[in-house]
Design a protein around this ligand. Sequence first.
Ligand code: NMX
Ligand code: MLT
Length: 427
Amino acid sequence: MDRLKERLKKIIPQYREEIKNFLKESGEKIIGNISIRSVYGGMRDLPVLFCDTSEILPEKGLLIRGISVKELSNKLPEEVFFLMLTQNLPDTEEIISLQNELNRRAKLIPDYPFTVIDDIPQDSHPMTMLICAIVSMERESIFVRRYAEGMRKEDYWEAIYEDSLNLVAWVYQIAAYIYRKKFGDGKRIFHDFSFDWAQNFSRLLGIGDWDGNFTKLLRLYTVIHSDNEGGNVSAHSCHCAGSSLANPYYSVAAGLCGLSGPLHGLANQEVLKWLLEAMEKYGGVPSEKQIEDFAEETLKSGKVIPGYGHSILKVIDPRFEAFYEFGEKYCEEDPLFQTVKVVFRVVPEILKKNPKIKDPYPNLDAGSGCLLYHFGIKEFNFYTVFFAVSRIFGITAQLILSRGFGEPIESPKSMTTRWFKEQANKL
Ligand code: NMX
Ligand code: MLT
């Protein structure tokens, strides 16, 4: 029996009822003002979306169902997925049931997404390969089949759940194959059904994790990147596509296209590039003064310092702290990690000098790539794929809940600049 699905069968109708009643009582109440700057500034700070899996508090960072992500750093990604969907961490039977469910589905993966990867130009970015393989599997969608059969609206979430669990059980297999194809011997490694999700991901990558520490990193990495409330580009793109009832394969692909940008998921690759350039320039771990000069040069050339700043946070990202603590424990001596430490001591003070920068502190990307690098993943254009595989836990959980509530298609009103100017003149 799939215990998570059984739990959701009880929870979803209550959730739907709760929101329905809330809207009945309070739907017409006005909750805020909109400034023209917000509209033209990427909709910053506008409370126009709801998301119950997680929230970011500017002074505390990410909370998943009210629990700080740092406190969840020793949990399994499967446990956090269960938490996002049900508000509770699973008990032993529940987690075993979810793991069995994922393992059962893992072996049902079709062969053709691997052929898609074989056939695509091999110099394509790994994110392109991943997204193409995911879109190709759209024909497996249970939602599409059941929708065509006339499924009731109240049942949408169940079909979305089926597709989402398949994606969670399949996408890391595809990601690992992309890694092996582009950077390894090209041979596909197969699943071990006695393993958990991260153990299998690690095994399929073929990294040779003799002491189990790389698998520990994969667990931490996945939990840390799993969700980040609803307004970031990947979550929002997936949510928006999903609201049209595009199936989870399309919706997740839409989210991952958004994740591929350098200001979002590609930033971890940019961070590594920046760190390695600094180390190469100064012949090893740079001094504080050298990093100061290097950062000033970056800013003068009109570029951002990757891994620093956040659109909501106003403090050091606790996700960075979790990676930092992992680094202290497992790769303290690594020159790359030592460089991350120097940058962390120097860069916030430099960014603070620019009053426009609201958050001068490290975000999650400032420390994640160097840990992957330490464990032998030196191909940093693959790092966004790790982010993508992790983020699928959160964005699919959000899709399941959105269809569970019966959320309508997204359709905010856009206005012309002429209209905004007219409004401004009236004030
Ligand atoms: N280096 C240089 N300038 C910066 C930085 C930085 N790290 N962070 C912000 N700024 C600039 C920003 O470009 C903007 O300049 P302008 O007005 O000329 O366009 C100004 O400061 C105000 O930006 P904020 O309002 O503080 O931040 P915003 O919400 O616009 O952007 C980020 C947030 C994350 C896009 C921005 O801080 C950034 O580009 N950081 C570097 C890239 C990065 O690390 N991205 C990863 C984000 C996390 N993720 O995983 O997705
Ligand atoms: C994320 O995890 O999605 C990033 O920190 C980006 C964001 O919060 O906008």
